[in-house]
Each structure stands twice: as C-alpha cells, then as structure tokens.
Design a protein around this ligand. Structure first.
Ligand code: BG6
Length: 301
C-alpha cells in the first residue's frame, strides 16, 4: 500500500491499483478510483479544494446539523450542514489488513485511514456557536471493490447534546436519465423540493428527471442495500450501518446553474447524491456516550 501525506491531503493506493484521496479540510474523500483508474465519485471542476468553502463533490461530512435548523436552539446558529465539512481534521494514521476471499488463494489488502476532529481544531466563531466538548473519529477503508466510511461521535462534555450526521456522497454516473435507484420502494420520504413536510411513500424504483431532494426513511433495516442501477446494470450498492435515513439529491439544471462551484453546468447528468444519515429528528448523546454510523459502497464492474 503506497501512501502520501503532503499536509493537505492523504492518498492511499492498493497493490491492485485501487486508490483514494482524502482532503484534511473536512476529511472530504475527493477521489475513489477502481483498479482501472476509473473515478467512482463526482467532484465539481469548480470545487474549492483550498479550504475556503465546503467541497462540491466527493464525500463531505454533515455534522452536527443537516441543512439548517432555525427551530433547534443548540444548532440554530450554525451554517448549512454544520462545521465538520469546513474544519481541518487531523490525520491519525493508517492501518492495513489482509483477507483471503474463498474464491482465491491470493490475499486481498485493504487500507484504513483515520481522521480526528475535536474542539481544539475549531475556530472561535464555530466554538461559540456550538460550545460542546466532543471528539469525532472518521475512518475511510478502501478495499478492492468497496469503500467504507464510518463516523464515530463521542460526547466528552458534562451535558448532553443533540446532533444529526450524514455522509453526503456524490456518486459518479454516466447518464442520470438511465439511472434507477432500487431499495427504497415503499419507503416513506419528505420531499424538500416542494417544501412540504408531509410524508409520502415511494411506490416503485426511483428515477431522476428533475430536481430531486428527498429524505427517505426506509422501514427495512439499514443493512438492506440501496442500489444504483444504470442501463439495467447495478453499478453501486450502498449498505448502511446504524443510519436510518437516505437523502437522494440531484440539483438538475436550474439549481446547478445557481451554484457557483458547480461545474460543468451539465455535470448534474453525471452525479447522484445517495447520502446515508441520521437526519430525521436528533440523536441525543449523554455525557460519555458515542454514536457510530457508517456506509459501505460496493462497485460492480
Ligand atoms: C442535500 C440537501 O443533502 O445537500 C439539499 O438535501 C442541499 O437540500 C444539498 O441543496 C447541497 O447542499 P450544499 O450546502 O452543499 O449546497
């Protein structure tokens, strides 16, 4: 496993050719390539990677609030999607492990990169808006055909706090008009595009043909996959761990036009956000308590 840390990003490459790149700013995964060098995540060509703005693309981390919450006293002062995606995380180190698949005698390697965030790394403005003592560990594990990202939040304070968290994954697709999302049938959802807060129910596989911004809460266990099928072929399978909700987002034409850091403007045809999270209601963490949520995205070649 080769590995480099130039002080702004960490990259890791498996002997079989797969690679990931993680920016310390936001601990944002900005690239995930398969063995052939094909990129699996969408990253805007106009994304700011210099720490001046949350990254448009890859996997930004949403914490401790999803969107904004003017009616939630603890997080009402925070900017959209909180501060995890705009804070500089510390690289804690890497570890590798081997597993031998039943079908082979050669061992597969995987590499795990760990990142940490605590109040010491926050600017004073953020600390004043969210004055809790916490500690987060974010682990990004690259295996041959999958990527696992796992976030643990610890309450190190002497009072409880309430939080939401979400893994805002921008998957790369070839042609959004050929994409179907399976695994959400009969799930209830809130449609943020029409602004209504009433629950609706997904009746069949989901296709995207306009601006889409939905918060799904499937009744099935998080371990039941949500899959992306393109032109009849499954390209991504997303399995959640302890994350009950899935946001599906595509800005489509107008919204993409309005986002300065979204390029090319036609890029909405090549992306689909499938965002596992815990964002309906709040996770209450008592002093000393921790919450862990994760996703594993598997690619089929
Ligand atoms: C999604 C939200 O998760 O993120 C959308 O559901 C939002 O409402 C989108 O527009 C992008 O947010 P941002 O802050 O990165 O532009």
């Amino acid at each position: 496993v080769s590995f480099s840390d130039d002080n702004s990003r960490v990259t890791a490459v498996l002997p079989t050719g797969e690679s990931i790149e993680v920016l310390l700013y936001g601990a944002t995964v900005i690239s995930w390539k398969d063995k052939d060098g094909t990129e699996k995540l969408w990253l805007s060509e106009a994304a700011k990677l210099d720490g001046t703005k949350a990254v448009r693309g890859g996997i930004p981390l949403v914490f401790p609030v999803f969107g904004t919450a003017s009616d939630h006293a603890q997080t009402s002062k925070l900017p959209q999607h909180g501060f995890a995606r705009t804070s500089r995380w510390e690289f804690l180190g890497k570890s590798t492990s081997e597993s031998t698949p039943a079908s082979s005698t050669a061992a597969d390697l995987s590499v795990k990169l760990d990142f940490g965030l605590s109040p010491a790394a926050l600017d004073s403005d953020t600390k004043s808006k969210w004055p809790y003592v916490f500690n987060m560990i974010y682990s990004v594990t690259l295996s041959r055909d999958s990527l696992t990202t796992s976030l643990v939040v610890n309450n190190d304070d002497d009072k409880p706090f309430e939080c939401q968290l979400l893994l805002h994954t921008y998957l790369r697709v070839q042609d959004i008009s050929k994409v179907e999302i399976k695994g959400l049938s009969s799930a209830t959802y809130i449609d943020k595009v029409n602004g209504s807060s009433s629950q609706q129910t997904q009746s069949s596989a989901l296709t995207i043909s306009g601006e889409t911004d939905r918060v799904y809460t499937p009744a099935t266990p998080p371990t039941d996959p949500v899959s992306v099928v393109e032109g009849g072929k499954t390209t991504f399978t997303v399995v959640r761990d302890n994350l009950s909700d899935v946001v599906v987002w595509n800005p489509w034409t107008e919204k993409a036009n309005g986002l300065a850091d979204f390029a090319p403007k036609e890029g909405y045809k090549n992306m689909l956000c499938i965002e596992p999270g815990s964002v309906v209601g709040w996770q209450t963490l008592e002093p000393g308590e921790a919450f862990e949520g994760a996703q594993t995205i598997t690619i089929s070649n």
